[in-house]
Design a protein around this ligand. Structure first.
Ligand code: G3I
Length: 322
């Protein structure tokens, strides 16, 4: 009865969790579940620009370094997240970035310092995160404002120079299935890739609301296949399934959650482009859904007492029997 991570590795996939520094250093149960049950780590917040780059000439790698070290000591893969995003920016960026020249200088320095510091330690980077709106237009960020959409391919070029061995991903939410947003990113990322921009993979965050009828395994699989046909690898990068909007008993909700987790897992396993899955947190207590939306969201695999939920067994069976 091996752990989830070992079951995943036996199928040639990884199963990861996003990790935060506070519970990793404060809570032994958190750390032991992480290293026993998962085979990959994504640094949830500590590599974001506001955390890692607090002043123009100052970087703070300490917390992220400690997370990476814990992963290395346990032979886990490391996903870095994210080099470029329009959120989680430190205040100084809004003072320093005022035109195209300053935007390019700040962004290049940030991307190359981060990617360079973790060269050969971060296996995979979310290079650009959430660059499109749901209607397919570019999301308005300080980088788009001053550089234009070119900031996206530039970031990949800069990251490749600083960390030539790392897999470079574009990461977003709402791109698990085909829609206006997916179409827009597909067209642009395919074009850039064809032009030689080093984009290796597409991350589907896969934050699912269990009450949203739009999710379907078949549609997700079709989308994963389409990216694969263009030479991209894919991954499920921030999986969670929130329950607060589902009108049902708690037991039924947990079953529905388990169904969705199993569907996403088998969609990934059945498509050769899909290399693995990462859940966005270890236990419900440390989830962004609990903190920012509702305690009844209970979106993860372990409950607030670190007990495995039905979704845990279902993912395990999916890895073993699929
Ligand atoms: O660490 C401090 C803590 O010391 C302080 O007491 C507390 C009080 O506000 O705040 C804590 O920091 C918060 C941190 O989460 C940890 O809980 C930040 O304010 C809060 O902004 C931060 O939110 C994170 C959010 O991204 C914004 O960076 C979430 O944890 C994180 O799960 C979420 O992750 C994003 C992905 O990066 C991109 N995709 C969507 C996903 C969910 O929103």
């Amino acid at each position: 009865n091996a752990s989830l991570g070992k079951n995943a590795e036996e199928t040639g996939h990884y199963l990861g969790a996003s990790v935060r520094w506070d519970p990793l250093t404060e809570n032994e149960k958190y750390e032991s579940l992480l290293v026993e049950e998962f085979s990959s780590v994504t640094v949830e917040n500590e590599m974001k620009m506001d955390a890692a780059h607090p002043a123009p000439e100052e970087y703070n790698f300490q917390k992220a370094d400690e997370i990476v070290q814990a992963a290395e000591q346990n032979n886990m893969k490391v996903r870095g997240h994210p080099l470029v995003w329009g959120e989680a920016l430190p205040e100084w960026v809004y003072e320093t970035v005022v035109d195209e020249q300053s935007a390019r200088k700040v962004l290049k320095d940030h991307v190359q310092t981060m990617a360079g510091h973790y060269r050969e330690r971060v296996n995979e980077w979310d290079v650009v995160n959430e660059a499109w709106n749901d209607d397919g237009s570019y999301r308005e960020t300080i980088w788009l404002e001053h550089i234009g959409p070119e900031y996206i391919p530039l970031a990949f070029e800069w990251a490749r120079e600083a960390a030539p061995e790392a897999k470079l991903y574009y990461n977003d939410y709402g791109n698990e299935m085909t829609n206006e947003k997916t179409e827009a990113m597909f067209a642009a990322l395919k074009r850039w890739k064809d032009e030689g921009v080093p984009i290796d993979g597409i991350g589907m965050q896969t934050h699912i609301d269990a009450a949203d009828p739009r999710f379907s395994k078949e549609k997700m699989q079709k989308n994963l296949r389409r990216w694969g046909a263009e030479g991209f690898e894919t991954a499920v990068t921030e999986l969670d399934v929130k329950l607060q909007n589902l009108d049902a008993s708690r037991e039924e909700r947990l079953e529905k959650q388990a169904d969705i987790y199993a569907d996403v897992t088998s969609a990934c396993m059945e498509e050769p482009s899909c290399k693995g899955l990462t859940v966005w947190g270890v236990g419900d207590t440390e989830s962004w859904v609990t903190e920012q939306e509702a305690a009844s969201g209970e979106p993860l695999l372990f409950d607030s007492s670190w007990k495995a939920k039905p979704a845990y067994e279902r993912i395990k069976r999916t890895f073993i029997f699929n």
